[in-house]
Design a protein around this ligand. Structure first.
Ligand code: ADP
Length: 355
């Protein structure tokens, strides 16, 4: 069925005028269970969940000193995918109301970023549950709204954007461009129109599978690239004819760990520098929004440039900071928690209403 909202102005652009750097950021901290290696090595646990219900996470440093970090939510290893999505779901719904949303998972490799976002077939993660909820609500609202939903799947590796839905590799470099309406997109990228959770999931799986192509080790490659799903929603209100465009980014970031200096040479050094640069750029953008800087450095990395419409303005951002419970990972855990704390500092209260 034809949908005549193709050229409608994205909601963000209507809203952003005169509203400087309003942010709406939530940070949820999730700790993975101890794994076989932790247990067989007799590795001590450094996390304390006594006050997890209040969003407090205790970290035992050097046995006795305890440092407490505060988040919007803290999940223990016992909390399920259902528990986690229950907290994320209001943000997902807001996409259908015209908001841009970004949900991303940050942390050291092996701490559960992919588990949280993608999950497993028995234990679906945020991505699948998001699609399911979107289609469920569009059905409920079908008398008042028509929705067009399409998806793109991208990867950012070494500061290069790759279209994971493209059937043949293109030599043309993919770049982020700003449209006349002010929103950001990547010309030439494939957008697959989808009508159901199953259809969308199949497209996303095809995209995920394409990540492996051209790399020797799939797991290593995934941990060094950002996997980015974009769900684009075009809504038309059947009563007043109003149209909105909005998008939801679901991002499984590259592993945040620092590599030992001696391990890093050649290609690996370049990868490590690119990851470091893009994750720092993400932190810098959010910090600039928090401090209402007149310049938000979106263009310092492909990651932040791609996410530009969904960071700042009246968009909503949710970060999962993923951690390990194990003493051997303590320094990475502290570094992730510190990054997340800086991000959380930007919570700026309710957005001012536009007149
Ligand atoms: P990352 O994407 O951060 O590298 P993964 O998602 O691959 O980490 O997780 C590493 C391993 O730990 C996987 O086998 C995953 O299934 C398991 N895991 C992570 N988080 C959880 C959790 N909350 N509950 C059960 N298993 C988990």
């Amino acid at each position: 069925e034809a949908h005549d909202c193709a050229d409608s102005i994205p909601k963000l652009n209507k809203m952003v005028t005169g509203v400087q750097a309003l942010g709406n950021i939530r940070v949820f901290c999730r700790c993975r269970p101890q794994n076989k290696d932790d247990i067989s090595a007799g590795c001590a646990t450094v996390v304390d969940f006594d006050a997890a219900k209040d969003g407090d996470l205790g970290i035992l440093n050097g046995g006795s000193t305890k440092k407490t970090f505060k988040f919007d939510r803290v999940y223990t290893p016992k909390d399920s995918q259902v528990d986690v999505f229950a907290d994320a779901s209001p943000m997902v719904t807001s996409v259908l109301d015209g908001y841009n949303v970004c949900i991303f998972a940050y942390g050291q490799t092996g701490t559960g970023k992919t588990f949280t976002m993608e999950g497993t077939e028995q234990n679906r993660g945020v991505n699948y549950r998001t699609l399911d909820q979107l289609f469920e609500i569009t059905k409920e609202r079908s008398e008042t709204f028509t929705y067009n939903i399409s998806v793109s799947v991208l990867e950012v590796y070494n500061e290069q954007i790759r279209d994971l839905l493209a059937t043949s590799p293109t030599s043309k470099k993919l770049e982020v461009k700003q449209s006349s309406g002010g929103s950001h997109h990547v010309p030439g990228i494939l957008e697959a129109r989808v009508n159901s959770t199953r259809e969308a999931w199949n497209v996303l799986q095809a995209g995920s599978n394409a990540r492996a192509v051209g790399s020797n080790n799939v797991n290593e490659h995934s941990s060094r690239s950002h996997c980015m799903l974009c769900i684009m929603v075009r809504a038309k209100n059947l009563i007043n004819g109003e149209c909105t465009n909005s998008k939801l980014w679901l991002v499984d970031l590259a592993g945040s760990e620092r590599l030992a200096r001696t391990d890093v040479q050649g290609e690996r050094l370049k990868e490590a520098q690119n990851i470091n640069r893009s994750l720092s750029a993400l932190g810098d953008v959010i910090y600039a929004l928090a401090t209402k800087s007149s310049h938000i450095p979106y263009r310092n990395s492909k990651l932040t440039h791609l996410l530009q419409d969904s960071l700042g303005g009246d968009s909503k951002t949710l970060m999962f900071v993923q951690i390990s419970p194990s003493e051997k990972d303590l320094s990475e855990t502290l570094s992730s928690l510190n990054f997340a704390t800086r991000v959380r500092g930007i919570e700026l209260g309710p957005a001012k209403k536009q007149i």
